[in-house]
Design a protein around this ligand. Structure first.
Ligand code: HMG
Ligand code: MG
Length: 303
């Protein structure tokens, strides 16, 4: 069966904006996050404490995070990405309560994204996760390239299970399975979730989340397959913002509006006001100077 409620992990301000050519002014980012919260999103990934040269779009994290105050943001979870001890230090200094490390299922992407081997990256995360847990923070472990890799092709399920196990052993509260280049199809999603279940992953802790990109138009089908498999946390990006610098066709994350349209159609609660969310994405698209690629945003707000 399907869940009665799905928690949407909104990644637009982080995963979306990190891939935009334009560097968005910090005041616009803060307003974007407030508007997303006002539209009912309760988990909004705010920014990354990574090396500013690697992701210049998010180099203003120190300026942005303290601006995330106000009534709309009461009770809203604002996770941030931290790759290493330095990143965690920066996040803790600003009072972050929720962090995410981001591993790779493939060697090529570990090298490209983290300048490490797969295991070298896991070694880098281990003290970060244990310190974060000691500080009482919630910790998410992302895993990129869970289905295919632009350099290595299809990714074997066993390879993904191995890294998921390592992230679970470290103490991650949640694992987000990333289809970074958007090549997954529902059969592959079922195969991976089945293999994870057989490895003892797929229960309450760590919770599994899914993170689909819409490159081949499969993100919603993949999401439905995951929901049928018991997943109740889904990552999405408002207006379909972002892309992946390593994917041939830079189609972005699953658009939050497309996800909400499907979930509400299935009678699944999200707490999101779809019209208000679409209006927010249109507002953001105007700031970026290009229309939202989300079909739902266009259908609801177009001429
Ligand atoms: P490195 O070059 O190996 O870094 O990069 P290092 O550890 O050798 O340190 C070099 C210098 O960087 C040092 O400075 C450090 O202090 C500094 P120096 O002593 O030379 O002056 N440094 C930092 N400065 C600020 N903040 C930090 C930090 N760390 C080191 N946190 C590193 C290694 C991990 C830092 C780098 O590769 C990096 O920042 N990578 C981040 C890349 C990234 O953010 N990618 C996007 C997120 S992942 C994603 O989007 C996928 C996802 O959405 C899911 C999906 O779709 O699949 C999550
Ligand atoms: Mg992504």
């Amino acid at each position: 069966g399907l869940p009665a409620r799905v928690r949407i992990h909104e990644v637009g301000p982080r995963d979306g904006l990190q891939n935009e050519k334009t560097v968005v002014p910090v005041a616009v980012k803060a307003e974007f996050i407030r508007r997303l919260a006002a539209a009912g999103l309760r988990t909004i990934e705010a920014t990354s404490f990574v090396h500013p040269k690697w992701v210049p779009q998010l180099a203003d994290a120190e300026e942005l995070y303290p601006r995330l105050t106000g009534q709309e943001l009461d009770g809203v979870r604002l996770p941030v990405l931290v790759p290493n001890a330095r990143g965690l230090e920066r996040a803790l200094a600003l009072g972050a309560r929720e962090v995410a490390v981001f591993a790779s299922a493939t060697e090529s992407f570990a090298k490209a994204n983290l300048n490490r081997t797969v295991d070298g990256a896991l070694e880098m995360f281990e003290p970060v996760v244990s310190r974060a847990k000691r500080e009482g923070l919630a910790v998410r472990g992302y895993l990129s390239m869970c289905f295919g890799d632009p350099w290595e092709g299809p990714v074997p399920v066993t390879q993904v299970v191995r890294v998921c196990r390592a992230l679970a052993r470290m103490g991650c509260d949640e694992l987000s399975l990333g289809d970074t280049i958007g090549v997954a199809t529902p059969g592959h999603v079922r195969a991976l979730l089945t293999a994870l279940g057989e490895a003892g992953l797929g229960g309450e802790s760590p919770r599994l989340a899914v993170h689909f990109h819409d490159t081949y138009g499969q993100a919603l089908s993949n999401t439905l397959a995951a929901l049928q498999h018991g997943v109740t946390t889904v990552d999405a990006s408002a207006g379909g913002l972002g892309g992946c610098p390593y994917a041939k066709s830079a189609t972005g994350n699953l658009a939050t509006e497309d996800l909400v349209w499907m979930l509400h159609g299935l009678g699944i609660e999200t707490g999101v006001d779809l019209d208000q969310l679409s209006a927010t994405s249109v507002w953001m698209a105007e700031r970026l100077g290009r229309p939202s690629p989300s079909r739902t945003v266009r259908a609801l707000t177009g001429p």
